[in-house]
Design a protein around this ligand. Sequence first.
Ligand SMILES: C[S@@+](CC[C@H](N)C(=O)[O-])C[C@H]1O[C@@H](n2cnc3c(N)ncnc32)[C@H](O)[C@@H]1O
Length: 290
Amino acid sequence: MVNEIIHHFKEKRNGVFLDCTIGNGGHTLKLLETLNGQCSIVGLDQDAEALTRATDNLKLFQDRVVLRHINFTSLDTVLDELHITHIDACLFDIGVSMNQLYDAQRGFSFSGEGPLDMRMDARSETTAATIVNTYREEELNRILREYGEEYRARQIVRAIIKARAQNVISTTTELAELVKKVYRDKRHRRTHPATKTFQALRIAVNNELDNLKNALNKVVHYVTGDGLICVITFHSLEDRIVKQTFRAWADEGIVSLLTKKPLQPSQEEMVRNPRARSAKMRIAKRSLHR
Ligand SMILES: C[S@@+](CC[C@H](N)C(=O)[O-])C[C@H]1O[C@@H](n2cnc3c(N)ncnc32)[C@H](O)[C@@H]1O
C-alpha cells in the first residue's frame, strides 16, 4: 500500500511529515526516495531496537529526518520541542513489526519459546506475564473478550487461574499449550488456538486502543488545512476506532474522507506478504477552514 501513500503524499512533497510508527523506516525511506521534493520527516517509535534500525536505514537522509524514542501519544511533546506547529501529513502504521514478532525473546509469538513479555517499549513496567499471573479473573475475562474477541475467554481464564496457583506462567509456550488444551475438541483449526489470547494480551500490555484514540485526537490539531492523516491498521478493533474517529470529524466538517471504504493490499501484495492480508488503510484530508 506504499504506492497509495506516495500517491496521496506527493502533493505535499516539500512539507513536514510525521511518521508516528517509524519501525525500520521503510515507509519514510520510500517517501524520501520517491517524492522528489524537500520534505522533512519526524519519526517516532516506542521500540528502541526499531529506532536503531531506522537510524541506519535512513542515514542517507539524516539531514531531513529527526527520530525520537517515544510513544506516539506524546507526539505533541516532540512537536512542541521541535517548534513545529503545523504538519502537512502524518502516517500511523499501527501494530507489531515483523522484527518484534520473530524475535522469540520479545515474547509476542507462540511459535517460539520466550518470556511472556510483549512490551513494545522495554521501559514500561507491565508485561504479559504480569497480566497473566496477577490480574483478577474478571479483568482477564474482559481483556480476552474485548481485545481478543475470544469466545472461550471464561474457560481459558479458568485454566490460567488454575495453572498459576501451582506455578508462575512465565513463557509463551506454556501459555500457548494451556490455551490449546481448552481447544482440544477442535483439532483442525486454520489458526493456532492461542492466536486471539496472544492478540488480546498484546493489546492490553501496550494499551494499543487507547493510545491510538489519544494520538488521533492530538494529531488532528497539528495537521494544517488540506493536510493528510493516513492510518494503516491490522485488526478490526483498530480499524473501527479509525473509522469512527474519521466519521465524527467528517460530520463536524473537520476532514473529508479520501477513502470511503478502507484500502486493502492488492492480490499481488498479499501473495508477496501474506501477513499484509488483514491490513486496512484509511486517509482523511483536513478541511481548509476549520
Ligand atoms: C508495523 S511497524 C511499522 C513499520 C514501518 N512503517 C516501516 O515501514 O518500517 C509498527 C511500529 O510501530 C511501533 N509502535 C506501535 N505502537 C506505538 C506507539 N504507541 N508509539 C510509538 N510507536 C509505536 C512499533 O514499535 C513498531 O515498530
